[in-house]
Every structure is written in structure tokens, then in C-alpha cells.
Write a protein that binds this ligand. Sequence first.
Ligand code: IMP
Ligand code: MG
Length: 192
Amino acid sequence: MTARKAHQALHRDLERVLVSQQAITRRIRLLGKEISQTYGDREITVVAIINGAILFTADLLRQIASPIRLDCIRVSSYLHETSSLGPPRILDTMRIDLENRDVLLIDDILDTGKTLSAVVEVIRKLKPASLRTCVLLDKKGRREVEFEADFVGFRIPDRFVVGYGLDFAERYRNLPCIGILKPDLQNPPEWA
Ligand code: IMP
Ligand code: MG
């Protein structure tokens, strides 16, 4: 099957597209400029929250002119649910030093705010010179913990979305756009 056919098949699982591939590309170019202007020639230590932020981070970093060091942190995910159950847990932490560094923490989406505030707490203990956050999507209406990101791609309504790194049960990350998953596909018995 060609990539185009595969994407068409994934598209059929969407109720509708919320952010097109073109809109993502355009917005990331602007975000890259904004971040480059903020940091200038200072080196940025980027920490990406995997798996969700992988695609966004890969595209965003190539639009940033400042020098960059990159590492990842793995935080417990929703698994087969569309909302988190308990508090997020750090499953695998960073390997590079963050002390006195300008840290930029990247995630795919800011939802209840629990994940980012938990990771921010961990990073602050490592005494970075500065700490900013960047998310592709912001579901502001769902916040349970007070949290604002410094750089935001798109503000979106309170709907469960997939694509461009965002998953449901690890599926749909390779969709080039972001869309709302059909409700009847959110709990297919064959994925149990
Ligand atoms: P928070 O801790 O509730 O802010 O959730 C952040 C994490 O939940 C993100 O890193 C995503 O992995 C996941 N998440 C939240 N909303 C969605 C969604 O609509 N689709 C897919 N994943 C989501
Ligand atoms: Mg996820």
C-alpha cells in the first residue's frame, strides 16, 4: 500500500480534520522564528516528551536557527483511554545535564496540564538557567492544573484528536494532519 492510500484509510477514521498539514507547516515556521528570536545565539537545551512530541519536535527544530542540544523524557501515557487516570509518572528521564542551561520543554498537547506541570517540577529541581514550554496544541477548556505554555501552535476545542504525533492506543501518529477521531472508533474491541 502506498503512503497516500494508507493516509486515506486513516482519514476515514476521522469525524473531521481540525488542522490541515499545510496549516501545521505554516504555523511551525512561525513558531521557529519566534523561538529563534527569543533565544538568539544562546544554546537551547530541548527536552521533548515522547512519544507524542516526536513529530512536532522533529519539524520544529529544523525551523529554529539557534544552536540546540536535544534530549527526551518519557511520561506515562493514557494507554487505551482518552483521558488520563492517575497522576503522570516519569518512565524514563533525561540523560544530558540541564543545570544552568536554557531549557525548552516540548509536548504535543496541553490538556489538563498535569503532564507539563509534573515535568516542569522535575526539571526545575535540576536548576536550569531558564525554562520555557512549547506545545503544538492547547485545549484550554480542559485545564485541571493552572498552566500556560510560552509558545503555542493552535488553541483547539475540547475534543479528542489524533494525528501528527498524537495517538489513540499508539495508532494514528503518522497522519499528516490533526483530526477528531470518530467516537465509535475510540474503543474498538480488537484493540483491547
Ligand atoms: P495533560 O497531562 O492532561 O495535559 O495531557 C497531556 C498528554 O495527554 C499529552 O502529552 C498527550 O499525550 C495526551 N493527550 C491529551 N489530549 C489528547 C488528545 O486529544 N489526543 C491524544 N492525546 C492527548
Ligand atoms: Mg499520548
